[in-house]
Design a protein around this ligand. Sequence first.
Ligand SMILES: Nc1ncnc2c1ncn2[C@@H]1O[C@H](COP(=O)(O)OP(=O)(O)OP(=O)(O)O)[C@@H](O)[C@H]1O
Ligand SMILES: [Mg+2]
Length: 441
Amino acid sequence: MEKIISLTSNYPDWNKRMRNIHLVSISLFLVLMTTITISSENEFVQIVFSILTVFLLFKINKWFNIKRNKVKSKYYWQNKLLYFISSNSLYKEDYEIYFETDKNGNEKEKKRKFISNSAEFGYEKTSDKIIILALKNGDSYSDKITKLDVELSALLNLPLEEKIDRPSICEYHYYLKRPKRLNLTSSSFEEVSDNQTIQLGYGVEYNPENTPHILISGGTGSGKSIFISFLLLEFLKRKTTVYICDPKHSDLFSLSNYLGEEKVATSPNNIARVVRLAVNEMKERYEYMNANFKYGSNFVDHGFKPVWVIFDEMGAFQASGTDKMSKNIINEVMEGIKQIILLGRQSGVFILVAAQQMNSNTLNTDLRDNLGLRISLGSNSAEGFRMVMGSATPESIPPIEVKGSGLLFKQGSGKESAQYWESPFVDMGKFDFITELKKYL
Ligand SMILES: Nc1ncnc2c1ncn2[C@@H]1O[C@H](COP(=O)(O)OP(=O)(O)OP(=O)(O)O)[C@@H](O)[C@H]1O
Ligand SMILES: [Mg+2]
């Protein structure tokens, strides 16, 4: 932090200083021009100088005003924050008494206003972010300054990326430029088999080696299927084995025509078979990797490709267990999923869980916290967000209005809470998912 900004501290009042320089410059200029105009005897010269004077006055005035509000100005952020403190009444005025001696030598008691307390701010600027730091001093502002997300966003006219409330400082991170949403266009064949990092757009990248497993939650129409389709393409580009469990017989089921019937399951028995396949693959890889032990290695170092199990509507699957038989199958599947979640990372076996609504019955919170990437699409209740994000639920939820947008939390990203994110945009008229899919089969 460069310096503490508050109404009580002695800061160079840039605006005032600029205004004084402004007035002095304009006065000098006027005196000079008037002298020249009057001293000239030629009428034509007088007229030309008069016009020139008026024109230049406008120009100088404008230049000063631009200079005063320029983002590049050294005092730009400082002035904004000072304005913010005063316009939001984040300061306290008091009166002090002083004595003045009049002409007759009598002392007179007088009162004058002074600022006795003020909220304190600081800022840090990076190439793409401005971080506003609100200092908690244990005074009456300490509580108020942790709830300024909306006001600061309006002041800066920038979207909030993240807010971190620490014991002594509350940090507001604002993007200087809104991150770009990925826009899917039909591409030529593109294989990226050895780079596991997937660009998710909006400044987020995802690598399952560091952040294994994905959770996607969102109400109907929030964009889960579209985002899963996008991921599926990205997985296939990396020569991934993909298994699909679709207990609700929805969009994903139709992929059996392309991926093969043995890889797409809808009935409980088939789902159990598919999960068993993935678990066995995981165990075999472990045995192989142990036999060829390399310290700190993972599946990539052993030449394995990732395996992904995409499990849509886990809630519906669990609700389908009505009799003892089906309950046993569900238990077996959930046991397999648990093993993949807890052990899959090193061997490269991952799971993507999608659910319209998350609750602790769908997946207990311990398992949920082991899903490295958690996404909640569409708007939701505070409780709904908490079911997906757990302790990473942001204190204030940004407006989620754009189709396919929501909150995203990536473990190990250094961020403490979920951030606003827009999933890759798919123009249905221009992007044909099946055509793209066929390129990678
Ligand atoms: N990323 C996106 N780009 C463009 N349109 C989108 C995007 N996400 C969602 N939409 C729009 O929203 C509609 C619903 O999306 P989608 O089918 O993915 O929802 P869903 O969450 O799978 O719903 P359900 O739970 O009912 O299956 C899409 O048909 C599309 O019109
Ligand atoms: Mg869907």
